[in-house]
Ligand binder design. Structure first.
Ligand code: GLC
Length: 745
């Protein structure tokens, strides 16, 4: 009897300790204590993510049985609380769900698309915007977002170029870290939303700019170009990561143990969890990498993918795979540990529910809208200006507002705007009427009602209206649906009759100011010829209207710099600034197509790397952007010309505002490693600073660069600084400035 009693007390003690340590003790103790209590089914349940819409009894039943660890795509706080109540109060162990959503550039208050946010070169502002998104989304129950998207993109045909931070590794890393910090917050509390850095990896290198297509990126280029932004975000504390759809060098990322087990966890020490992309486990069957979903599940869990988004591979086959010895219990336990760790870290066990009253209160706050407006101002890139901007309010009495994007509240928000409401969008038309309607007469004649429209009558009406105006403000671009996932193009010029309309407006002789809202850089040769100024807003979000109106009328000054190269034509793609030199670099003396003498025979036209029918240079280089004054740069100077590998390089430049308007200049710091054990890019961004300069003012700007930041993976695949000659530039874009040399011993 006593023995029985003793055992009972012992069991009670164990249960008591494990239950209490689930709610007390450090994170790892709590994870272990809970894991010890879980059945195999409950463990597998934590690795299963379900997409739900509305309250579904079957889904609730699975949660009650502990078979769901996370849900996505439901945002109604009442519905989410109902689901959470089932998981927490009706399942055996009460493990809360982690509720997720694609909050990509704002939840309700929509910010510029990430490609636009990158153009701000303002990480503090981007962090602020991510914080706004986190406050709005978490108040509505979303505690995990599938953002930031870190995919380096060098091909504007690819629709998802809209979602990333462009072509540069350094800028991508800086912007990714800013978003991770903004989403998760300085200290974890109920407004913290777990970031999910994606898509791991090289998804943006899809051949032909066609989404989901294969990529062929070598390990060295992965390590020197594509992986560093992910590493930076992991080091900044990103809680989760998502694998990518593509097969790279024949291996789908979702089944690539080298990426997840070796690099992410082995080299970087990542302790969060990894989720597949939507059905990307199952899609290894389509890839021809797995015979069936069961094999796909085996490959994914053994590669280190912890959670299955909508393949049902884990929930359907893991128990069997364990029984067959193809997946170890330890592998499953480790995956469950990773998921539970983040649930504990987010405080979901203490606060699983949403305050339904508060959900509405925090949306569209004045601070949120102002942050969105400033972001839209700073993300706008002034590409051309013959002097027509800013408009002189003392001379302009009548403006024509025209074009399919002048009053397009849905399309202005851009791609991945699941929860943004067009009713809250302030369009350029509304902003110009509200802000300037007292000073100038505003005529509105859209000409085209959407960007793909063919409408000669509409154009005729716009042209007629243009003749009554002093200046034409034409808002053109792409509908939101024309960029984003799976929305790729082979022709990246303005669609529909937009060019015809621009030509007709220009033919009236009135100055034409073009504002283009698009999800990618477009080919603009025609637009440049048929307009007097172009402001590129990407898709500027909820407050894009006031932002572009204030830029046009001069109450704001452009400061944006393009985070992506604008090609002259689609044939130049891929074209990006940080390319290699090649053995026969372009030198500008080449003979172009129409300069070739007739019957030229075997005349050498210039055996260098160029095209006969297109210039080598892009339309606008990475980092380019004008403002309403002229900023003059001195040559950079360096503190000394020789450095050890552990020194800090100090360089400076003087900039002078030679105009009569204040400006905020984004100075860019580039370096070239002249000789390496492998060929190195002609230039790489290593730093940037936004600096205000008053009219006539000269400002000295200094940069510091640890020489270790010049390290790269060389011929031996080891990351190190290689001694030798370097050049550095400090300039207003990637194609300007004079270099200064230094040496690393
Ligand atoms: C999509 C996207 C991914 C997104 C996920 C959930 O297919 O590739 O970026 O987060 O599915 O919507």
């Amino acid at each position: 009897m006593i023995k029985y009693l003793y055992r009972l007390l012992l069991m009670a003690g164990v249960v008591f300790i494990s239950v209490t340590s689930v709610f007390a003790g450090n994170e790892e103790d709590r994870v272990e204590a809970l894991l010890q209590q879980m059945t195999l089914q409950e463990k597998i349940g934590q690795l299963n993510q379900l997409s739900v819409g509305g309250f579904d009894q079957n889904a609730a039943g699975m949660m009650r049985a502990g078979m769901v660890g996370s849900i996505l795509n439901e945002c109604n706080p009442k519905v989410l609380n109902r689901y959470q109540k089932v998981a927490v109060e009706e399942s055996r162990l009460g493990i809360p769900l982690i509720i997720s959503r694609d909050v990509i550039h704002g939840f309700k208050t929509i910010f510029p698309i990430p490609l636009g946010l990158a153009a701000t070169f303002d990480p503090e502002l981007v962090e602020k915007g991510a914080r706004v998104a986190a406050v709005e989304a978490t108040a509505n129950g979303i505690r995990w977002t599938f953002s930031p998207m870190l995919d380096i993109a060098r091909d504007p045909r690819w629709g998802r170029i809209a979602e990333g931070s462009g072509e540069d590794t350094y800028l991508d890393a800086v912007m990714g870290v800013a978003m991770v910090k903004g989403y998760q917050g300085e200290a974890i509390d109920q407004t913290s939303m777990a970031a999910c850095v994606k898509h791991f990896v090289a998804y943006g290198a899809a051949e032909g700019g066609r989404d989901y297509n294969s990529t062929g990126i070598t390990e060295r280029t992965l390590r020197n170009v594509y992986l560093p932004p992910f590493e930076a975000c992991v080091k900044a504390g990103a809680m989760t990561l998502m694998t990518s759809f593509n097969d790279n060098d024949g291996i789908p990322s979702t089944g690539n143990g080298f990426l997840v087990n070796d690099v992410l966890r082995g080299e970087w020490g990542f302790d969060g969890f990894v989720v597949s992309d939507w059905a990307s486990i199952y899609e290894m069957v389509n890839h021809g990498f797995a015979e069936d979903n069961k094999r796909a599940g085996e490959l994914a869990i053994n590669a280190g993918v912890d959670m299955d988004m909508m393949s049902y591979a884990y929930i359907s086959h893991l128990e069997e795979l364990i029984g067959e010895g193809k997946v170890s219990m330890e592998t499953v336990d480790n995956a469950v540990r990773n998921v539970l760790r983040i649930k504990f870290r987010l405080g979901l066990f203490e606060n699983p529910y949403i305050d339904e009253q508060r959900a509405e209160e925090v949306l569209y706050s004045p601070e949120a809208l102002e942050a969105a407006r400033v972001s839209a101002v700073e993300s706008a890139v002034l590409l051309t200006n013959d002097g027509v901007l800013p408009l002189d309010k003392s001379k302009v009495t009548t403006v024509l507002v025209t074009g399919p994007m002048a009053n397009a509240p849905h399309d202005q928000l851009g791609t991945w705007t699941f929860d943004g409401e067009p009713a809250h969008t302030v369009t350029p038309l509304k902003a110009i009427r509200d802000l300037y309607g007292k000073d100038v007469k505003v005529i509105y004649e859209p000409g085209l009602t959407f960007t793909r429209e063919f409408n000669e009558d509409g154009i005729a009406k716009a042209v007629k209206a243009a003749r009554k105006a002093d200046v034409v403000l034409a808002f053109m671009g792409e509908e939101a649906i024309m960029s984003g996932e799976a929305h790729c193009l082979t022709d990246i010029t303005l669609k529909g009759d937009q060019r015809k309309m621009i030509e007709a407006l220009h033919a009236t002789g009135r100055p034409v100011v073009l504002n283009i809202m698009a999800g990618r850089p477009l080919v603009l040769d025609f637009e440049i010829e048929h307009s007097d100024a172009i402001i590129y807003s990407f898709h500027p979000g909820t407050m894009g209207g006031p932002a572009v109106a204030q830029l046009i009328f001069g109450d704001e000054t452009p400061s944006g710099k393009t985070p992506i190269t604008f090609p002259k034509n689609v044939g130049q793609i891929p074209i990006y600034y940080n390319h290699n030199m090649t053995g026969r670099p372009y030198n500008g003396t080449e003979t172009m197509l129409y300069d070739i003498p007739l019957r030229a025979g075997q005349t050498s036209l210039g055996n260098t790397s160029y095209w006969l029918d297109s210039t080598f240079e892009p339309e606008f280089p990475f980092g380019y952007g004008l403002t309403y004054t002229t900023i003059e740069y001195s040559e950079p100077s360096v503190e000394k010309t020789e450095y050890g590998v552990n020194d800090v390089l100090r360089a400076s430049v003087e900039i002078t505002n030679a105009g009569d308007r204040e400006a905020e200049e984004v100075l860019q710091f580039y370096v070239r490693d002249m000789v390496g054990s492998v060929t190195r890019p002609v230039k790489e961004l290593k730093g940037f600073k936004r600096v205000k300069v008053a009219p006539g003012e000269t400002v000295k700007v200094e940069f510091e660069l640890p020489v270790q930041d010049l390290s790269f993976y060389g011929i031996d695949m080891k990351k190190k600084v290689e001694p030798g000659k370097f050049r550095l530039w400090i300039a207003g874009d990637s194609a300007s400035g004079k270099p200064v040399e230094f040496e690393v011993e």
